[in-house]
Design a binder for this molecule. Structure first.
Ligand code: SAH
Length: 615
């Protein structure tokens, strides 16, 4: 263990020495030193952790001159001589003082004193999260402001082009315009789009996913290499902070200018043999490179190899004595413990009643941002303008389980999938089923045995180390038929209502009858979904008769077919005459309560406060 990674423990009194020696049990390589004026400058910069066993005031006075910033300052922890309190004084997050304070408190049976607000309020510390996800922070001055916004608003809007897994409180948005945090390697993403003040500027986090492939003539200066790389990145609108490494041929491993350039920026140099470089397919060959190095090309294949799952962002450019290519590692970055498998995302999206004006902007973005769309043919037709150029997996009405299984399979391959439902996806639609399939496939892959749902359990992890519990899932709500139909009718759902599906495909009819009776008896407004189909033409009559047991035949009824889509038809009638009108599977029937009335062809359920218009 070098001195940097083991703490220095400073004491003043004999009791302090005793405690310091006890702490050596926790940090075996620790240096134990008697505190004296002038000792801190010698330790600062050499040790990543300083532990002061003494009054906090002494510690503060002795370190104050050296404190610089949270990226470079060491962790400073102060302990009282009895070891009752371990105070994280400086560099709580990146420096690790909070972690050390907790370790020490745990070891001594004392209490850690932590004051960083993300820890106190139990929200994600942005600097640590960025570090763990290999994201470079572009402007440190914005970090605390964004952290405060997270605390104040309870959530942050995050636009990300790489990170799949977002912690609690980070809400994914699909455009940088609305974001508090932008995760992208593109430097042309606008900065202060609508932000009025500097404190609302988005924080840019740069994924470390670019590799610079370099070739150069012998003796090329670091300055020339630096200028060539910067020019290339600038012209391609890529952030320098996203550069993870420099790649070249092994013969250039000790080229002074190249080594100095990499060292200036703290970048590792990754080298490949001519044989390895020649094995990369699809790159431009160069006679000059072959002559000079024995490889057909250097910059492009080296960048691609070092980027592993790489694609070329910029093909080879020759700038003076330097050749530069840029490759991007396309693997999505995951949190530390998920590195083995590529993890996908499922959006369970509701597209609303039908026409394109009633789909939410968020649902649109989820769909356009997906690799694959999975859904029932009719709904897919309704959103045809959004499906252009997408891989589409569409099946018939009764193959929901197949569709969900397919979605999970695709997500396990690392794809972003939108499972499309009409209306709201959580109302008589796909959301529940997706979760059931995920649950079952998770159980079957973890336990290695088949679960009850045969279909669902057939979903198997596609790559070792990946299972369905690692897939990100987000339900994206939509306007349900009852919202759309109520809007067309007037205001029938102003008071308590019950929604009942008359489909007995998945629910026994006896249970549906029981619910109809209970809802009617309790004077709920009732929304009847799936009122009729070919095989069950009589159910709507049976439903009406049950409701009639408790409600007057004159109770208003609204019948809305194809609300907010082609073929829309709205009827306001009553229970007595409702069956005289056409009711089909594209129809929702709303039955009023005892107060519901009709006015100017509109169906209205009053909120019930009769007194409200009395003066
Ligand atoms: N998830 C959907 C409901 C699917 S069940 C939603 O939230 O709306 C299918 C039933 O929804 C249909 O039989 C019909 O009763 C109702 N429905 C769906 N779209 C409709 C529309 N545009 N107009 C009227 N009813 C509709």
């Amino acid at each position: 263990m070098n001195s940097g990674s083991s703490p220095a423990i400073l004491y003043i009194t004999g009791k302090g020495l005793g405690l310091a020696q006890k702490l050596a049990g926790l940090y075996p390589g620790a240096r134990i030193l008697k505190f004296m004026p002038g000792i801190v400058p010698e330790l600062w910069g050499r040790h990543r952790t300083l532990i002061f066993v003494m009054a906090a005031g002494i510690a503060v006075r002795s370190i104050s001159r050296f404190v610089k910033d949270k990226k470079t300052d060491p962790a400073v922890v102060v302990l009282d001589e009895k070891g009752r309190f371990a105070v994280s004084l400086l560099s709580g997050h990146l420096g690790g003082a909070n972690e050390r304070a907790r370790e020490i408190a745990g070891f001594l049976g004392g209490e850690a004193v932590i004051t960083t607000s993300s820890d106190v309020n139990d929200v994600v510390p942005i600097d640590l999260w960025a570090r763990d996800n290999e994201l470079a922070i572009e402007d440190w001055r914005l970090v605390s402001g964004v952290g405060t916004r997270l605390l104040d608003k309870g959530a942050l809007h995050v636009y990300t082009e790489t990170v799949n897994e977002l912690p609690a409180g980070f809400v994914r948005v699909f455009g940088p315009e609305e974001a508090d945090i932008c995760i992208t390697n593109r430097s042309d993403v606008p900065r202060a789009l609508s932000a009025a003040s500097a404190c609302e500027r988005p924080l840019f986090l740069r994924p470390r996913n670019l590799v610079i492939g370099l070739g150069c003539n012998s003796g090329t200066s670091r300055e020339e290499i630096d200028a060539a790389v910067r020019k290339t990145l600038d012209e391609c609108n890529l952030s320098f902070l996203s550069v993870r490494s420099v790649a070249t041929i092994d013969r250039k491993a000790a080229e002074p200018g190249l080594v100095a350039f990499a060292a200036d920026h703290g970048l590792p140099v990754v080298v490949f043999s001519a044989g390895e470089l020649n094995g990369v397919k699809g790159v431009k060959k160069s006679e000059a490179a072959l002559k000079a190095t024995g490889a057909n090309a250097v910059a492009e294949p080296a960048a691609l190899l070092a980027a592993r799952d790489g694609v070329l962002r910029e093909g080879k450019r020759k700038i003076g004595n330097v050749t530069v290519a840029v490759a991007e590692d396309k693997r999505n970055k995951r949190t530390k413990n998920m590195k083995q498998g590529r993890k996908g995302m499922i959006y369970i999206v509701g597209t609303g009643p039908g026409d394109s004006g009633h789909i939410t902007p968020y649902a649109r973005k989820a769909i356009t941002g997906s690799d694959v769309l999975v859904g029932y043919g009719t709904y897919m037709d309704l959103i045809r303008d959004l499906t252009v150029g997408k891989e589409v997996f569409s099946t018939g009405m009764t193959q929901e389980v197949d569709r969900c299984r397919k979605a999970v399979e695709l997500a396990l391959q690392g794809k972003t999938v939108s499972v499309i439902s009409g209306g709201d996806p959580g109302i008589y639609a796909m959301a529940g089923l997706v979760f059931e399939v995920l649950k079952n496939s998770g159980e079957s892959s973890v336990k290695g045995k088949r679960s009850g749902n045969k279909e669902a359990s057939r979903v198997r992890p596609q790559r070792p180390g990946t299972n369905s519990s690692q897939i990100g899932v987000e339900v994206v709500p939509g306007i349900s038929a009852l919202n759309a139909c109520a809007a067309r009718l007037g205001a029938p759902l102003m008071h308590d209502f019950a929604s009942i599906s008359l489909s007995d495909r998945l629910t026994p009819w006896e249970l549906i009858e029981k619910r109809l009776d209970a809802a009617a008896m309790a004077d709920f407004v009732i929304a009847l979904y799936n009122p009729k189909s070919k095989g069950r033409a009589g159910r709507i009559r049976e439903a009406r008769d049950i409701i009639l047991r408790h409600r007057s035949a004159k109770t208003p009824v609204g019948i809305v077919r194809a609300a907010m889509r082609e073929g829309e038809h709205v009827v306001v009638t009553d229970i007595e005459k409702m069956l005289d009108h056409e009711i089909d599977m594209q129809t929702t029937v709303l039955v009023g309560n005892a107060q519901t009335f009709v006015w100017n062809g509109r169906m209205i359920t009053p909120r019930g406060y009769e007194k409200k218009f009395r003066t």
